[in-house]
Design a protein around this ligand. Sequence first.
Ligand SMILES: Cc1cc2nc3c(=O)[nH]c(=O)nc-3n(C[C@H](O)[C@H](O)[C@H](O)COP(=O)(O)O)c2cc1C
Length: 222
Amino acid sequence: MELVQAMKSRKSIRGYNAVPVPKETLAQVLEIARNAPSANNTQPWEFIILGGAVLDELKRTLEEKFVSRTQPHPDFELGRPPTGVYRSRQVELGKSLFQLMDIARDDKEKRKQWVLKMIRFFDAPNAIIIATDTEVSDHLSIFAIGAISQNIALAAVNLGLGTCIENVVVLYPEVIRQIAGIPESKKIVIGMAIGYPDWDFPANKVQVSHEPLANLTSWHGV
Ligand SMILES: Cc1cc2nc3c(=O)[nH]c(=O)nc-3n(C[C@H](O)[C@H](O)[C@H](O)COP(=O)(O)O)c2cc1C
């Protein structure tokens, strides 16, 4: 697929076919994606690729943590909730998704089920967790992992796959550490659901509005 077309058609996918992504295809995505920029070429990323019974166990354990209201303790502080225009964009996204999913504002049970689905990587057959090293500064690793996440998302589109970057799946990093044998010297940064999109799944029809260029730019000397 042409690059611009992949960039324009990429969107977060929240409903997947159950069919697992072949290992070679996942490797192909990461092989393409690893050509990402990082400060001083530090490449502060490591991939933990999950599927099958191991991913099922992770999904189950994360769900249990959420249902038992365990206090989240991600390796990277998620910070305070957005306010102002940032909150407005968040609310707009939530409203669109809930409308498509037929979840009423006051329907606590359906809302909870939606969050649980999110925690289960939207029931994707595979997931990629990206970790960094405690040796590396937060600024450096977060920026680089942002870049490589987008590369993964675009490489996935190229192969007919969909992804959803998810911070909700890294709220209990010790679970990932334990299941995948990740040492304390590594910090869990972000997770991604990956699989073949179910285009009939209502939430996949969401049309997220991206701010027009004119609202994002100031031009100087050009
Ligand atoms: C750091 C980060 C964390 C995210 N976490 C979640 C998440 O936990 N759940 C979710 O449904 N989407 C999550 N997303 C996806 C965003 O909601 C999505 O990128 C945004 O709404 C723009 O939509 P688009 O990706 O379809 O263009 C996350 C995206 C990023 C970059």
